[in-house]
Design a protein around this ligand. Structure first.
Ligand code: ACO
Length: 698
């Protein structure tokens, strides 16, 4: 209900009755003039009011020297004057009771002028006026035919909404949508997002009836958890495509100086938006490839695609692309044989891809499509055409036209040869067409999923006590003893161990445990033990132990002279199982997040980690594990037994539940976590619980 209220709150911005342009210039080259002209020529349904101290008449409209002289309600005022004059103009808009302000002017936080931006926000707040920008390119809203941008190109009305943190990209998107034959419901440039944020616009678009699909260009994120939840809810009804720049360190730096927004770890962002049901693409071309399909095709019922081609090589490329993008191929060989074997020349192929061969003409192709549709072969069809002497571009266009509006399953056409009419929306690149179809399948499956969250049983009170105690002692992590208690509390096994002070005690402990053993220095000041040489492995006998004991003490004295060593842990060696890392974190942008990947010293080398926002269903945790390269090992490759995936899933949910319910915990990391054969559980070799230190907040 709350969200729907937001929809109504934004109504005056997207369906205004009156719009003022402050800085409507007489000079046709100026931005203020172009915006004013676009509003008029775009056929805006409401009233448009030019404001310029010169007064007079501009393009047949009476010009007001000040907005204060308008004396009529103004829903939206667009300001296009130099930054230093914007404050006075904003004050006047506030006094004139303008509801929404769009500030085109640059010169605020994007160039480091944060104080100026704060001043602007303060004026808007004083008058309860919402602010889009500053540093924006404007906006377009199809419902009232409002083109309040300085675009050169006319905007076509349609069902795609574009939200962009970059103005230049938003402009480029207009031309691109034209070229692709797509129409827009909205185009919103967000600029510095000083007030109105991406999330609010997305909330509005979720309920907007004209918008069928949403394309978002992002550089930085302010409230990641809210964005995640919104995408999760919106994507069920409307597919969302995201281009997020700033993937690399250099890109992220460039992005934060561009809009002043915060860069986020790309891997976390990526996994979470995909979990929420969005498609993350890298290029504008990919984005539009997907939009083409998303706006027109019916949802798929199942997950298997049938490929029809007149070129064997084209089919092979499509198979490679299918593997890359996770598009499953229809494999009911008996049915394909039954329906196609008499219809295909002997040098063709009636397995998937159906290869009609270069011999095929228009009628053969049409017949193949009809057979697959009549017999329901595949949940989608990918029809690949190569221009040959037997099949021309014109003939392929004829085939496309015949099935363009088929509504029972998606049919995607890709043609290699003379360019076809854009309006037919035929792909000319195989990987683009397969990627779009793969996403479409994944999207159709995702919206059908109804999964309950997995709820592990955890005694949170005891863990809260541990955390409170550590915080009282001004510590930012749990001590060794507390960590052991923590593990016991969640029934997580740790290796047999004894904390000792002397070599004599160490020898005694090793005897009890049995060689080989591991030595670990325990200190509240040493968290990353390996970096300090505070772990020594492969101790096979008492001689090794004597040397190791001396070495570990020396390492600590040399590498961490300030550290107070509580003792040396003599620890059982665990040398079986699959070595993983798991973690849970109260992420500063995305809230509770869990992760899994290949562990131990390989974490940094392979960077094979998958993330998810918590809470999660059992199946989604499984999907997260499946994404890692560790999964085949867990399944038991080369005839090895399957590992205890069930216990692993349950442990991931447990630590997720803990960070979800105890916000004072910054992070739990278990690395290495050894996962044993099915039914034998897991053992944590190292556990770190990092706590929000009370001093952090000051
Ligand atoms: N109220 C109303 N009109 C006023 C006021 C006022 N308080 N003050 C001045 N004006 C009039 C001016 O007289 C002028 O009209 P005129 O040409 O008829 O005399 C008009 O407003 C414009 O003022 P100028 O001083 O000429 O400003 P100019 O148009 O050169 O620049 C602009 C203003 C475009 C906002 C500029 O300062 C700016 O910020 N440019 C960058 C915009 C931008 O790129 N935004 C991000 C878009 S995203 C992207 O990357 C593409």
């Amino acid at each position: 209900m709350m969200e729907k209220n937001n929809f109504w709150a934004f109504n005056p911005l997207f369906e205004p009755q009156s719009v003022a342009v402050v800085g409507a210039s007489y000079n046709p080259e100026k931005i203020g003039h172009k915006i004013f002209k676009n509003i008029i020529s775009g056929g805006f349904k409401g009233k448009v009011i030019p404001v310029n101290p010169k007064g007079g008449n501009l393009l047949g409209h009476k010009v007001f020297p000040s907005i204060l002289q308008v004396n009529k309600p103004v829903d939206v005022a667009i300001i296009s004057i130099p930054a230093n004059f914007v404050f006075q103009a904003t004050e006047e808009c506030g006094q004139a009771k303008v509801k929404f302000l769009i500030v085109i002017s640059s010169g605020f936080s994007e160039i480091g002028n944060k104080k100026e931006e704060e001043k602007l926000i303060a004026i808007c707040k004083k008058y309860q006026m919402r602010l889009l920008g500053p540093n924006v390119f404007g906006m377009y809203s199809a419902k009232t035919r409002l083109n309040a941008t300085f675009s050169k190109t006319k905007i076509n009305s349609g069902n795609l909404a574009v939200i962009s943190q970059s103005g230049a990209l938003a402009i480029a998107m207009i031309a691109k949508t034209q070229a692709e034959g797509l129409g827009l419901s909205h185009l919103i440039s967000l600029g510095n997002e000083a007030d109105i944020e991406t999330n609010e616009i997305l909330e509005y678009l979720k309920y907007d009836t004209q918008t069928k699909s949403i394309l978002i260009y992002l550089e930085g994120i302010k409230n990641g958890l809210k964005l995640f939840r919104l995408i999760n809810k919106t994507s069920i009804k409307k597919p969302i495509i995201i281009i997020k720049a700033g993937k690399t360190t250099i890109g992220a730096r460039a992005a934060s100086s561009h809009t002043g927004a915060l860069a986020v770890e790309d891997r976390v962002f990526n996994d979470l938006v995909v979990q929420a049901g969005a498609l993350r693409v890298e290029t504008i071309r990919q984005a539009f490839s997907c939009c083409r399909l998303l706006l027109s095709a019916p949802k798929t019922k199942g997950n298997n695609c049938l490929i029809i081609t007149n070129g064997g090589g084209f089919g092979v490329l499509a198979c490679d692309a299918a593997e890359k993008y996770g598009l499953k191929l229809y494999n009911q060989k008996d049915l394909l044989y039954k329906f196609f074997q008499k219809k295909i020349v002997k040098f063709g192929s009636f397995s998937n891809p159906i290869d009609l061969s270069g011999q095929a003409n228009k009628d053969n192709y049409l017949q193949a499509i009809k057979i697959s549709l009549q017999n329901n072969l595949g949940d989608s069809l990918l029809c690949l055409g190569c221009e040959t002497a037997k099949l021309s571009a014109r003939e392929f266009s004829f085939i496309v036209k015949k099935f363009k509006n088929y509504q029972k399953k998606p049919i995607v056409f890709c043609f290699l040869g003379e360019p076809l009419n854009q309006k037919l929306r035929v792909y000319d690149e195989i990987y683009n067409s397969v990627e779009a179809l793969a996403f479409f399948h994944a999207y159709s499956q995702k919206i059908k999923r109804q999964e309950n969250n997995f709820q592990p049983k955890v005694n949170l009170e005891q863990i809260k006590n541990l955390i409170n105690n550590a915080q009282k002692n001004n510590r930012f992590h749990l001590s060794f003893q507390e960590t052991e208690y923590f593990a016991a509390n969640i029934s997580l096994k740790t290796p047999k161990s004894f904390l000792v002070k002397t070599l004599k005690e160490a020898l005694k402990a090793a005897k009890k445990i049995g060689y080989p053993i591991v030595l670990k220095a325990i200190s509240n000041q040493i968290i990353h033990k390996t970096e300090f040489g505070a772990v020594i492995t492969n101790i096979y006998n008492s001689q090794d132990l004597k040397l190791g004991f001396t070495k570990i003490n020396l390492n600590c004295r040399q590498n961490a002279p300030q550290a107070k060593i509580e003792g040396i842990l003599v620890c059982q060696t665990i040398n079986k199982g699959i070595n993983l890392i798991i973690g849970a974190k109260n992420h500063e942008i995305f809230g509770p997040v869990v992760m899994v990947g290949i562990g131990g010293i390989y974490v940094e080398v392979f960077k094979d980690i998958s993330f998810r926002s918590y809470p999660l269903s059992y199946k989604e945790i499984l999907r997260m594990i499946k994404e890692t390269k560790a999964y085949p090992l867990l399944l038991g490759n080369r005839n090895l037994p399957k590992k205890d995936i069930k216990t692993l899933v349950s442990l991931i949910a447990t630590i997720g539940e803990i960070v979800l319910n105890i916000p004072e915990i910054k992070e739990i990391e278990i690395n290495p976590l050894m996962v044993f054969d099915e039914g034998e559980g897991v053992t944590a070799l190292d556990i770190r619980v990092i706590i929000e230190n009370k001093l952090d907040k000051n």
